[in-house]
Design a protein around this ligand. Structure first.
Ligand code: NAD
Ligand code: UDP
Length: 318
């Protein structure tokens, strides 16, 4: 093993969450020295339990709304609850996490001259009038609704990233992540994939909001991590923002039916009111990521869902 100081030191904020824990796995496996910073609001030690004890992995319990003084070469900034149920639970903290968190991590990157990647979101497009969404679409976001703490917080974080780039020549990378799913999603986090699978496995009604005709495009976690790492490794002048997701578009009704098929469940469908500001359609234009990262998603919805169903079967049974 190389001595620690010659290894690349990588900070992952939100590293104990769903995406962050998969990213930590990938970075540790690549031989990096990984510092996972998380306040464990929606993440858990269970997600990274298999990494604890490895000499190249460290967990620090810390809230990114407070300054952080560490020495690192690269920063992946993922800290922020991502499911509507969780980010709406304490909306003021959600905005603080995105905005103060970005300021603190950008300040850190500036001090230690680190590269920094922001996990932004398709929510910056709000409920879009342009379909599919290209990066130069400026979005249709309600600034005062129940999703605004997340959407506007993430938009402001992007503003901060690009101002640090223009003003301080920081090496920034911004990706806009579209709905991603896979093992280690929180079973109660309210996101549609985990909700439907858990409901199907427990024989409970499948809760479709609205008429179930709203669409999303679902990306399997492994594909997403490939793109995230590829983005970090691009040359200095490449900033993004790049959309990252799987462009195959499904209605929530189609997702419910596929989940029933894969689980063999007899659960019934039940229709509940559509939440406020719920986007009607969402599908990424991934032309820029294809061209600039040489990346495209490989895992289709049925294969990815099967893996996710197997994960929930294992975890719900223990
Ligand atoms: P997640 O909720 O599983 O992970 C977020 C992590 O951040 C958790 O471990 C949580 O404890 C931590 N965290 C929250 N507030 C914090 C704070 N103030 N200080 C330190 N840690 C904090 O969600 P995820 O799906 O893994 O999302 C990770 C990132 O990717 C988020 O920034 C999210 O906005 C972004 N994203 C995810 C998706 C998706 O579909 N999964 C889509 C778009 C964007
Ligand atoms: N949804 C649903 N039933 C659920 C959870 C979500 O029909 O039990 C819908 C939700 O209204 C939205 C879509 O599924 O239209 C995706 O919701 P999610 O919270 O996963 O992500 P986001 O809305 O942030 O894309």
């Amino acid at each position: 093993m190389k001595p620690m100081h010659t290894m690349e030191r990588i900070l992952v904020t939100g590293g104990a969450g769903f995406l962050g824990s998969h990213l930590c796995d990938r970075l540790v496996a690549s031989g990096a020295d990984v510092l996972c910073v998380d306040n464990l609001f929606t993440g858990s030690k269970a997600n990274i339990a298999h990494l604890i004890g490895k000499p190249t992995f460290e967990l620090m319990r810390h809230d990114v709304t407070f300054p952080l003084y560490v020495e690192v070469d690269k920063i992946y900034n993922l800290a922020c609850p991502a499911s509507p149920v969780h980010y709406q639970h304490d909306p003021v903290q959600t905005t603080k996490t995105s905005v103060h968190g970005a300021i603190n991590m950008l300040g850190l990157a500036k001090r230690v001259k680190a590269r920094i990647l922001q996990a932004s979101t398709s929510e910056v497009y709000g409920d879009p009038e342009v379909h599919p969404q290209p990066e130069d679409y400026l979005g249709r976001v309600n600034p005062i609704g129940i999703r605004s703490c997340y959407d506007e917080g993430k938009r402001c974080a992007e503003t901060l990233f690009f101002d640090y780039w223009r003003q301080h020549e920081l090496r920034i990378k911004v990706i806009r992540i579209f709905n991603t799913y896979g093992p280690r999603m929180h079973p109660n986090d309210g996101r549609v994939v985990s909700n439907f699978i858990v409901q199907a496995l427990q024989g409970k009604d499948i809760t479709l909001y609205g008429d179930g005709q709203q669409t999303r495009s679902f990306c399997y976690v492994d594909d997403l991590i490939d793109a995230m790492v590829a983005m970090m490794e691009t040359r200095d002048h490449i900033t993004g923002p790049f959309n990252v997701g799987n462009p195959f578009e499904f209605t929530m009704l189609e997702l419910a039916e596929l989940t029933l098929k894969l689980t063999g469940s007899k659960s019934r469908l039940t229709f509940l009111p559509l939440p406020q500001d719920d986007p009607r359609r969402r599908k990424p234009d991934i032309g820029a990521a294809r061209e600039m990262l040489g990346w495209k998603p490989k895992v289709g919805l049925e294969d990815g869902l099967r893996e996710t169903v197997n994960y929930f079967k294992r975890t719900l049974l223990v």
